[in-house]
Design a binder for this molecule. Structure first.
Ligand SMILES: [Zn+2]
Length: 113
């Protein structure tokens, strides 16, 4: 049995289970920006009228807790059928320029994601 509720990200009517969790896969009109505790991108998108949410393991420093999902990005991705997902993890240890320090067979290689 399904019920109707509202998507907590875009406020569209959705089908839910008895606990209020979305069932089905509506085309959500919300954007997810991952690895974004500063909310800089999220705020810029909202200024342009886009329904954007930030996500990070850390609390947000942008001051908009109502738009922030403090959780693992892989869990956030599963919350709805996002219209767009943008991820920009801290790349210090991931870029080619860091190979001298973090490359294969280097002492700090295990610090790479
Ligand atoms: Zn939605």
């Amino acid at each position: 049995m399904s019920y109707q509720g509202y998507c907590k990200f875009c406020n569209e009517v959705i089908n839910t289970n008895v606990q209020g969790n979305e069932i089905g896969n509506h085309e959500c009109n919300a954007y997810l920006i991952g690895c974004e505790e500063s909310q800089a991108i999220t705020m810029a998108m909202r200024e342009r009228g886009l329904n954007a949410f930030s996500c990070d393991l850390k609390p947000c420093s942008g001051g908009h807790h109502e738009w922030h999902l403090q959780m693992d990005i892989f869990e956030a991705i599963e919350l709805t059928n996002w219209k767009f997902i943008g991820l920009h993890p801290v790349c210090t240890k991931m870029t080619l320029s860091g190979n001298r320090t973090y490359g294969k067979n280097k002492p700090r290689h295990n610090e790479r994601i």
